[in-house]
Write a protein that binds this ligand. Structure first.
Ligand code: ATP
Length: 325
């Protein structure tokens, strides 16, 4: 599908003199899942708020469902559903009443049927008559998403949808997202769980220092990291210090976990050379693990400056598909 559900260019936003979005561009194809990642405070919620017309940008062009967020606010609002940190759930109503309120607000036909279907889909039938104030965090999240689905919005913003959910509820939520996409819905997802983005997103953008640091499919982003690493862990601090001092320049040290990370592509030849080197400097680690790149590595590398984490440096030149900006 080639049409854009969301098109953003030159988006800027500052709070006072604090620049949060410093000119970001991205495009979300209709019927896909697009995930925005970034460290705490990177501006993910700010982006969602602007796209969902809950906040105005300082500059830039933003089109959602073909409507400009400034001049076509009404059109945008009728095409989207928003769930997450600004949930519309009313604690003093029951689950069913909340859904009813949403159905009335959106003037949904056959509201009762739609509501019963949603309660069933989200496994909320038994608690439908109970006040939301008695719901667990997970139940509230499910109700929040169920309310978002009333009226079948074509684009859904999911802001950290599975935070606080148990593993089973998380998987239920993932399946719901997949079903929605299979029906043609576009999902804009922010999450702090990289495995969630890996699992669900067609494309991922990493926000860092007010800019999109890299953008692509999960595989494309992983290819930005030159190989994985071998992790050596020690239990004896003296052995760790000895190994750290003998370490090659490009390896990273973690004093807290007494572990060393040596860049490696994980091939037999590389592993042999690392083992030979360990023998030659008389180092015996208590644990040796081979690690191939995952989204955690990508995230740590791309957001290194913001989070202050020591990670592998990303090579920006070795991928044709992913764009590291
Ligand atoms: N209304 C506001 N006024 C002033 N500063 C704000 C306001 N809203 C957000 N900020 C600041 O802007 C930055 C981005 O916030 P935002 O909530 O968009 O980040 P985020 O990526 O969603 O973070 P998190 O992962 O912690 O939810 C933060 O430094 C935050 O403190």
């Amino acid at each position: 599908m080639n049409t854009s559900a969301i098109a953003v260019s030159g988006l800027r936003k500052a709070y006072g003199d604090k620049v949060v979005l410093d000119g970001i561009d991205f495009d979300v194809p209709a019927g896909s899942v697009y995930s925005l990642l970034g460290p705490n405070g990177a501006g993910k919620t700010t982006t969602v708020n602007i796209l969902a017309t809950l906040m105005t940008a300082d500059a830039g062009l933003v089109q959602v469902a073909g409507h400009d967020v400034v001049t076509g606010t009404k059109g945008v609002r009728s095409a989207i559903g928003v769930t997450g940190q600004f949930a519309a759930v009313d604690e003093l109503l029951s689950g069913r009443e909340n859904l009813q309120m949403m159905a009335d607000l959106k003037r949904v036909r056959s509201g009762d049927k739609v509501i019963s279907g949603l309660l069933e889909r989200f496994d909320l039938v038994e608690s439908a008559q109970k006040l939301v104030s008695t719901y667990s965090g997970g139940m509230r999240r499910k109700l929040d998403l169920a309310m978002t689905l009333v009226g079948n919005p074509e684009i859904i913003f999911l802001d950290e949808p599975t935070t606080g959910l148990d593993p089973r509820s998380r998987r239920t939520m993932w399946q719901i997202v997949r079903d929605l996409v299979a029906d043609g819905t576009t999902i804009f997802l922010t999450t702090q769980y990289l495995d969630e983005a890996d699992e669900l997103a067609d494309r991922i953008a990493v926000l860092s220092d007010g800019r999109i640091a890299a953008e692509g499919t999960s595989d494309e982003l992983k290819r930005l990291i030159p190989g994985g690493h071998v992790r050596l862990r020690f239990t004896d601090p003296a052995a760790y210090r000895h190994a750290a001092s003998a370490l090659r320049e490009e390896a990273a040290k973690d004093d807290e976990t007494l572990s060393l990370r040596i860049p490696s592509d994980g091939t037999q030849r590389e592993l042999r050379s690392i083992l030979d080197w360990l023998d030659s400097v008389d180092i015996e680690a208590d644990e040796l693990t081979v690690h191939t790149p995952d989204l955690d590595d990508v995230f740590l590398s791309l957001t290194e400056r913001t989070t202050g984490t020591t990670g592998t440096t990303v090579s920006h030149s070795n991928s044709q598909e992913a764009i590291a900006k």
